[in-house]
Design a protein. Sequence first.
Lengths: 138, 484
Amino acid sequence: MIRIEPEAWEAMVSHARQTYPNECCGAMLGSIDDSQKSVQVALRLQNAYEGAQAARYELRPQDLLAADKAAREHNMDLVGIYHSHPDCDAYFSKTDLQNSCPWYSFVVLSIQKGEFHHANSWLPNADQTDAAKEELTY
Amino acid sequence: MAKILIPTPLRQYTGKQDSVTLPGSTVGEVLTALTTQHADLRKQIYTDEGKLRSFVNVYVNDEDIRYLSKDATPVKENDTISIVPSIAGGSTVAAPPEQNMLSKDEILRYSRHLIIPEVGMEGQQKLKAAKVLLVGAGGLGAPLGLYLAAAGVGRLGIVDFDVVDFTNLQRQVIHHTQDVGRKKLDSAAEKMLAINPHVQIVRHEVALSSDNALDILKDYDIIIDGTDNFPTRYLVNDACVLLGKPNVYGSIFRFEGQATVFAYEGGPCYRCLYPEPPPPGLVPSCAEGGVLGILPGTIGLIQATEAVKLILGIGEPLVGRLLLYDALGMRFRELKLRKNPECPVCGENRTITKLIDYHQFCGVPNPQKPAPAQETKVDEGEIDPVEVKAKMDRGDNFVLIDVREPHEYQICNIPTAKLIPLGEVPRRLNELDKNADIVIHCKSGVRSARACGILKQAGFQHVRNMRGGILAWSDTVDRSVPKY
């Protein structure tokens, strides 16, 4: 299960609302204790997708590398990735799945008409064929 | 020797260490040492075939090894190796959901799509959100329009300015007998909406030209070329390349057809395949050469299939491959198409950056802009069918030659005409008297003009071309002669 602390949660929601009607993306830093994940910091990252960003996002590996470095420097772990689905449910789409990685939690925020609606966390498998829902609290 | 930084989730395989220092002089050697020491880590990073998983990037310091020497990238004592996943995604449903949401009626209608995992709700909504332009509502446009409407493509534009003619009915199945004389746009839109009232049909009643093409095409995701003339084909191609839109191409002739997808994500375009148009008149159109009525059905549906695949993002698009279909042999063949680096519109040094005059480029007159001076000019080498009839009635001594093919002669003929197909004219000149009064006709006047040229060059003194061919004869002299 994954718990997002209030400060990080607020940062994620405001990021997603500000980016609406485009998708936002970022990294979640915190700690992992066995299967209990805790997110203390949400780090905004640039949506590097070249083209319409209303329904796509892309993370630059070097940005992710920098996020991992920042986590290490603060004695934290890179726990997961978040992104928004503007005017769309927080499901793990085929595009999400095909460009995922099984090591992280993927939190998807559904933003409907500019306002936060609901969110889910997903754990994709290594073959990028399926993603399991992870218990999410915030 | 190098230090490998272990991403948090993988530390469970390295005894919780956040970095590991291992021997090796290249990235490949260090990674091998890592996965030998921590065997469980191996399947996180490598596939069963021993390749790095598709989402895994390896960096040496700040550089991706893909841009260095890959596995063979050398590492030194103080280098740091990082394993970084590539991550992307997106809802992929671009328009707001209210607009793309399927109603209860639509869910029932598209049921057989919805239960295919590759299409499903997500795919059907993509179809609903899609905007596809059909250039031409003729032979290829007919099956395209019917099936794409049925499949639920949300917005279908049609460009056409023609009216339905009796000769269309043998293949343009979207038009019915009672539609003869109606605008093809209206006839096609009516049938498409009858099949599926949930789709939107946009009618563009214009001849596509350099002046309007970009403006019309820009509002669509996919352009489907169903034209049968070279100026429009080059125009559609160039406009698609300039706008960055895929051009789903098809062409038909007699028993053979071709299809491919041009200008899609860096793939080749029509000009990569044919940098120059053929000399005018060399490649006959369907009107000139004929076409098996079923053929546009086959080719049009290949185009429809490709369009739907592009919308859904599934399968292997027909990009970089020209599909050739031979109906008589019932065979499909495939030619590899490569992007031409010298291509004037999509190559490295582009010379075409805006639309040009495509009629001039193809060396053919523009039917939309007829040169009035030429139209009214009476050509001395021509004779009107009415005058030919008058000569016959007067009992003038002259020779009428029909240069069409024997199978055309069987359809209809002028009984006093002597049949010499155009291809046989040069070697049958000896059958004719150089001083005789000669009139030549064909179907519409093009081939007979060429025959006149051959005779004049051979020294014949009195040769004239019957203006408008046997079609004009039927219109102005003898209405009992069937037109084809």
